[in-house]
Design a protein around this ligand. Structure first.
Ligand SMILES: O=C(O)CCC(=O)C(=O)O
Length: 284
């Protein structure tokens, strides 16, 4: 047993009400940490209020000690990372969105396309139960590279990590998508909906997605931009540029779509970043 401690009655009531409302102990501990409570003291208080052995709370210590990371939005008109200079062509605050010119060189774009071409398959989405599915809303073909699978991919991952201050191991494997005329990705969110039954499974490793970087590997002859309907904004797909946007779950301003390609073809490389290290290389 742990020694009895004096607990403010309002805090006691709040812990009881919060757990009764269906929030788990990690949520309670995280909220207390955000309010300034020392994590060790919080565990003792929660154990006392819920009449649990203190040891039962230790399992939650790591989760609370490592709150989810947020990306750092590039600010200057030009940033040099890993010896590569990127121009910030447009900044929007909600969602935090940047159009990044020259994130990739022409050679890098061409090499990614040639590495991906023989491995393309129908692109999938994640269904509400967390399973990959064929989806009429997403008609392109795609493939995933493993993290740091080849030096080119590793170099790009490191560039994104340095630019945004999010370690490369928080990234899902780089996805390449290929769209032909008429193909598109209808409006959607990249964050996972906590209300969906598959949420726990999808976020068990890496936690929630926090940001996306959609890099354009070519310039489609017509169409194929990335639209943000909530912001009346369409980013034009241009070889070597990218749109970066950050979000939290529930953030509706990050609603976006890959508009149909009207002429020619469109190639993109997408990097999704998680709030915690993500080790698997397969995702949708
Ligand atoms: O194709 C695009 O422009 C957007 C792609 C996209 O929304 C995604 O892969 O999540």
């Amino acid at each position: 047993m742990h020694p009895r401690i004096t607990i403010n009655p309002e805090l006691r009531e709040w812990i009881l009400a919060t757990t009764r409302a269906g929030h788990g102990i990690p949520d309670v501990l995280r909220l207390m940490k955000d309010s300034g409570y020392d994590p060790r003291q919080s565990r003792s208080i929660v154990a006392e209020v819920l009449k649990l052995p203190l040891a039962a709370l230790h399992a939650h210590a790591d989760k609370v000690a490592t709150p989810g990371l947020r990306a750092r939005h590039p600010e200057a008109p030009e940033v040099t990372v890993e010896g590569h200079t990127i121009q910030i062509a447009l900044s929007v605050e909600s969602p935090a969105l940047r159009v990044l010119d020259n994130i990739l060189s022409d050679t890098e774009c061409a090499d990614l396309i040639e590495l991906a071409r023989p491995r393309l398959q129908r692109a999938l989405t994640v269904d509400p139960d967390g399973r990959n599915q064929v989806d009429q809303r997403r008609t392109s073909e795609g493939m995933f590279f493993g993290l740091n699978e080849v030096p080119l991919v590793g170099r790009i991952e490191q560039r994104i990590a340095s630019l945004l201050g999010v370690p490369a191991n928080h990234g899902e494997g780089l996805q390449i998508l290929h769209y032909l005329p008429g193909q598109e990705y209808e409006p959607h969110f990249d964050w996972f909906d906590p209300e969906q039954p598959g949420y726990k499974a999808i976020t068990a490793v890496g936690g929630q997605r926090i940001a996306s970087v959609v890099m354009y590997l070519n310039t489609p002859a017509k169409g194929g931009g990335t639209a943000f309907p909530e912001r009346c904004l369409t980013v034009t797909a241009r070889t070597g540029s990218a749109v970066y946007f950050a979000y939290e779950s529930g953030d509706r301003s990050s609603f976006h779509a890959g508009l149909p390609v009207q002429q020619g073809e469109k190639w993109i490389a997408t990097k999704w970043l998680r709030e915690r290290p993500y080790t698997a290389s397969d995702s949708a």
